[in-house]
Ligand binder design. Sequence first.
Ligand SMILES: [Zn+2]
Length: 433
Amino acid sequence: MAEPHSRAIRGRLLTFLRAPNGANDPRSYRFFDDGVVLVKDGRIDAAGPAAELTARIAPGTAIDHHGGALIMPGFIDPHIHFPQTQVIASYGAQLLEWLEKYTFVEEQKFADPAHSARNAEFFLDELARNGTTTAVAYCTAHPVSAEAFFAAAHRRNAGMIAGISVMNRNAPSGLLAPGKTAIADSRDLINRWHGTGRQRYAVTPRFAITSTEEQLSALGALLKDFPGVLMQTHLDENLNEIAAIKRLFPDDPSYTAVYRRFGLLGPRSLLGHCIYLEDSEVALLLDTQSVAVFCPTANLFIGSGLFNYGRLKSAGVRIALATDVGGGTSYSMLRTAAEAYKVMQLQGQNFPALAAFDLMTRGNAAALGLEDEIGTVKPGAFADLVVLDACATPAMAHRMEVASTLEEELFVLMTLGDDRAVRQTYIAGRPAL
Ligand SMILES: [Zn+2]
């Protein structure tokens, strides 16, 4: 007797698995030239070769045929700023000036619930258009911005992680919450949204420059009170930023040590950028199992520097890959992988396509501690999928005429692809486009 499924998704199917020797290990992925994913209650009920599974599809089940396109887990973007959709592509400034001149100005508008709600819808639409099914987002300092974001994501049944950017110094007064209010607001949002449907909370100090010691310490305590909650912040992005940290925290041995002192490092801590890490800081990240988040388009656009992937990887530090819109210049994880490849080339390192796609899906899920529910195509995981067409543009189709392997196709997708290559995005089994 066939089981009832809400949908069957058929096409060329690719997924990644944790392999002993990483992404270059042939055991690190599975590919079916004619595969199918069976969806039940928003989750994957079964996935594998169509020849084996079609018999299980109940009569009347909607079947989406994607022909030659590639079905894979939806992309995960572990560092992005939801209030910066109108900051992206702002000209000519480095980090601290860029924050003051553009970002802090735009972020103040999110005190208005209507503005927050409109931007949340735009942001989530744009993620879906780019095949991103989970993101870890910074909201503004205003609780209403997080409220709007979570409400919109919850309505879509999209698994999102977010938090209000907590600041109490070195930013405009409209974005500063006095210590206790921001902590109380964060706690209230955790109680309301962490674990509501697919939503999760991330305690979010913007960076150590914009919080006093008292506030950082309260955020560390908050993190301790809620063990499942994540933490996101920025670290070692820019030399002027690091100089400011040295002035503000003269007794701490390093920028990373500041976060450690306040209990902000750990396996659920995501640290954006990590460009200028001293050896002792690499050791701290390793020791605490914190995650270094590589944001190549932002690092190039803001002129911050080159993330040393090879160094951190060989040290054993956990690494994730993210867009960092609006310092980053594209919502597309494909474009982000292309820029990561170039940043690595400049340092004599390489980034094979299989490793890139593994990182954007399974690897980023593992960085969030969510490998069992997203970033993979396996029974029990959410049916969050992207369908990619490597022939989406004339230039891609032309290039694909001479591509003969899966790895080549993936490299064409990451080098030439963007939102135009996304044919469909499924969120919990439902088409989002
Ligand atoms: Zn950022």
